[in-house]
Design a protein around this ligand. Sequence first.
Ligand SMILES: [Zn+2]
Ligand SMILES: [Zn+2]
Length: 464
Amino acid sequence: MKSISRVLHRVFVLAVFVLYSNAELWARAGGGGGRASHDSGGGGGGGGLSFLIYLLLSHPLIALIVIIAVAAYFFYKKKNPADLFNSGGSDEDRRLANLTSGPFPEGLDVQKVQTSFMGIQDAWQKKDLKEVRRWISDGVYQRYTAQFRMMNKLSQINKLSNIKVSDIRLARTTADGNYQSADVAVSFSMDDSFVSDKYPQFNENFSGDSDTEYWTFIKRNDARKNQDLYSTDNCPNCGAPFDTKMGEISRCAGCGTLTNNASYDWVLSEITQMDDYRGDDLMTQNAQLRELTKNDSLFAVQRMQDIASNVFMQIMEVFTGANQNKLSRFADKNTSEKILQIKAKSEGFIFDRLYLNEATLVSFNTDPEKLNLVFSLLATYQRVKVSDQKLSLLDTEMTTHPYNMVLSKNLKSLSTPEKETVYSYECPSCGAPYNDTTNDSCNYCQAPVIDLNKNWVLTDFQMG
Ligand SMILES: [Zn+2]
Ligand SMILES: [Zn+2]
């Protein structure tokens, strides 16, 4: 019976593909990445439907077979739901079946991931990260904050309801410098409505939409055991109640520790949509890179990718009108100028949604002085322009664009461990917070802000 199920499933998938191939839309992403979605409200599949009618008229026999197959599929599915799931016809089923589903690493469990998932959905709807800040990375914080700012410019909100998590499974764990990362596949369904009263042309509604996302958590190997940032409201270091005003910097107001430095608990550091997830670890396994960075106890590929996504989102904010002084906190002069030239050419736009699909360390090289890390990024967005309360579209739809960037640091400085500061928000020498000034040195200790001996500096940025 299994093979019948497989054949039926294939025909069904084909029929659905025909019906919905025109309805591939970008919906909200509770996860912070783009999410391809089927418009279950209808309306988008007109092309597929007319094709089916055409098929019915020109090849009635084939059309009849397709219709019978779909009916039989549903009949069979109703009778044998478990068998059908195991036969795994769809990409999603197949990928889930391939998961090792091994035991979670020490300190991470289904409950924490569930708490994290529900907490992020709630924060996303409210456009407020205060309840989750203590256990998310700075890059995740920056991705959401940038998206909230874009959504606010268009008075958009994204209401989620009926959220059901159907499966949480470990996909893989990776040793990464002094850190360990864990990718967890979270399968869920939800109703999702993206609304703006001011600009309703972008409104979208999805109900019962199901998907799988890969949630990546990291933790230091020397982390304290039995800590739980997810279910407590107190600092893991000093016990002071968490400051709900934590923003760009997740420092405890009591003792000054960074709660999300991964030495207390697993920290959420990336969310990847299933279509973007590759699950390889090219650079974490690279012996030469490991040798070059072995004395930097804060170096990890996942952390560098977090910094890259942080930098990328800040650049996107500058493109859409944020204070360009931001750039002087992480980019060298030439790269700052290059970014401002791109901005000048593209005359004042904002994003109707901006998703960073991925930020991946793809290669590295060294010159006599520096280690250069090369990142490849993919971002999905639609650019629009607002003038006199009227919207005009610069892109007719959401499209995905490649970018490249290089972060560099002096080789010599890699032999001394970094100070634990928040990238581009705090002085790497003394820890004082930066403000948006054109000062090229720290207000407190006068250390230069851009210093290849102290921090990773953006030395190139380009559209791919
Ligand atoms: Zn504390
Ligand atoms: Zn300083």
